[in-house]
Design a binder for this molecule. Structure first.
Ligand SMILES: Cc1cc2nc3c(=O)[nH]c(=O)nc-3n(C[C@H](O)[C@H](O)[C@H](O)COP(=O)(O)OP(=O)(O)OC[C@H]3O[C@@H](n4cnc5c(N)ncnc54)[C@H](O)[C@@H]3O)c2cc1C
Length: 407
């Protein structure tokens, strides 16, 4: 059963009822759902002109993730758009599979395109929370009774609390806590992803080709109707302008042209791709996620890196706990914010550790290590610890006991 177009049941009428949330992807709509349910009045402002529905596959694993989605009534809607992607093969330069890794490692219990996820979460909240697209917070001025917020386009408004759910490069974090360089740690790898034709005819699967310092992959999506092209390469921080797509594409071309397998074909496809994502693989590390009447959630607070496979689940659980603690403290942020951090710290730390080592393993910088890994993957299915990585990921994702705040 889903909550689409069904009013979210509400409970109390707490303090600080009016809450501004910046960002409408994963953490933002989940927070809006639970705040509404606990009797708050959330307003979500999203910089993009409409819901951003492009993107890559993300996954949820374990009972903590699934139980939040179930309690929101969106699990069936998500199951209906799951990717159904199976195992992933490492191939040689000729495209011949050399080793196959199990689906559990990549797809968890529920793999879904990030855009489809955002759509389902938005549909579950749009009738009960106010959404403002195409705008962004310009300034925050806090006083003892609330926060005056000015916007780039809309008129100023007053809120009791402001929550940044605006991702790795959070604007709210910059405004309330300081420059990004203080909190975002580049893990030595860049990632690019775009949509392309499924010209390899992949059937709910992916192929990856690894050389020293580089990995290029393709996986089918939308039930094989299209594919995602994925590139990872090792590099120190390049200081690229995040809006300068031509420069980013030039860097990718310099890195991958002539490197074998499908690289050149995919670089050609890139020039006509309907979407293009390029970013540093990075983590957010902060001593505190809250300051005065402002709090951060999801990637904005504690991004464990896109390679950890934990970011969406962490955003989901963080939003659930933050809303729940605000409800439990009857809207008193001085109590709720401290409890939110206490509940979430160890969990977020575990997710961050998952991201730590993966970057180097994904694109080892020497030819020797790359070739060792390719060989290791070949024999891995026959080793006793073959499911170890998936088990560790599951244990990490389940390492929290969630209170039933609505009850
Ligand atoms: C390539 C890649 C692969 C990934 N794979 C996985 C995976 O397998 N499993 C997994 O769990 N996670 C994965 N992730 C991570 C996952 O996508 C994120 O952790 C998750 O989306 C975080 O959600 P969020 O809502 O905190 O932030 P985001 O999804 O980043 O959303 C932030 C939102 O804020 C908006 N915004 C930005 N600035 C402003 C502003 N100034 N004003 C208003 N709105 C603003 C943005 O437009 C966006 O809608 C992956 C990420 C990437 C990049």
């Amino acid at each position: 059963m889903t909550n689409h177009n069904t009013a979210i049941p509400t409970t109390t009428a707490p303090k600080n009822r009016d809450v501004l949330i910046s960002g409408a992807s994963v953490a933002g709509p989940v927070l809006a759902y639970w705040l509404r349910r606990h009797g708050f009045r959330p307003v979500v402002v999203e910089r993009a002109p409409a819901l951003r529905d492009g993107g890559y596959a993300v996954d949820f694993r374990g009972e903590a993730h699934l139980s939040v989605l179930r309690r929101m009534g969106v699990l069936d809607a998500l199951e209906a758009v799951r990717t159904g992607t199976g195992s992933m093969s490492y191939v040689n330069a000729a495209g011949k599979p050399q080793a196959t890794l199990p689906a559990d490692l990549f797809a968890g219990d529920l793999e879904i395109l990030r855009g489809d996820l955002a759509r389902v979460l938005y549909d579950a909240t749009k009738d009960d929370a106010e959404y403002v697209f195409g705008d962004s917070v310009a300034s925050l001025t806090e006083d003892p009774d609330g926060v005056t917020v000015t916007f780039e386009r809309g008129a100023p408004r007053r809120f009791g609390l402001v929550i940044g759910a605006d991702g790795l490069h959070s604007h709210t974090r910059r405004l309330a806590f300081g420059p990004e360089e203080r909190f975002v740690k580049h893990l030595g790898v860049y990632c690019a992803i775009f949509t392309t034709a499924n010209h390899l005819g992949l059937d709910h699967t992916g192929h990856a080709y690894r050389t020293a310092g580089r990995l290029v992959a393709m996986y089918s999506s939308r039930h094989n109707a299209e594919a995602k092209a994925v590139f990872y390469f090792g590099s120190p921080a390049l200081g690229l302008d995040r809006k300068d797509v031509p420069r980013q594409q030039a860097v990718l071309t310099e890195q991958f042209a002539g490197t074998g397998w499908q690289s050149d074909r995919l670089l050609d496809d890139m020039r006509h791709a309907p979407d293009f994502y390029f970013d540093s693989v990075a983590q957010v590390r902060m001593d505190s996620w809250t300051r005065g009447r402002v709090a951060l959630v999801g990637d904005a607070a504690c991004c464990p890196s896109s390679l950890s496979g934990m970011g969406s689940g962490l955003a989901l659980v963080g939003a659930y706990v933050l809303a729940g603690e605000l409800a439990a403290a009857d809207g008193d942020h001085t109590v709720a914010f401290a409890r939110y951090e206490a509940e979430m710290r160890a969990y977020a730390e575990g997710c961050r550790k998952m991201g730590d080592g993966v970057a180097r393993l994904m694109v080892p910088d020497s030819r020797l290590t790359a070739s060792f890994l390719n060989r290791y993957y070949k024999i891995m299915p026959y080793l006793p610890g073959k499911n170890m990585a998936a088990k560790i990921a599951r244990r990490t994702a389940e390492n929290i006991t969630l209170r039933d705040y609505a009850a």
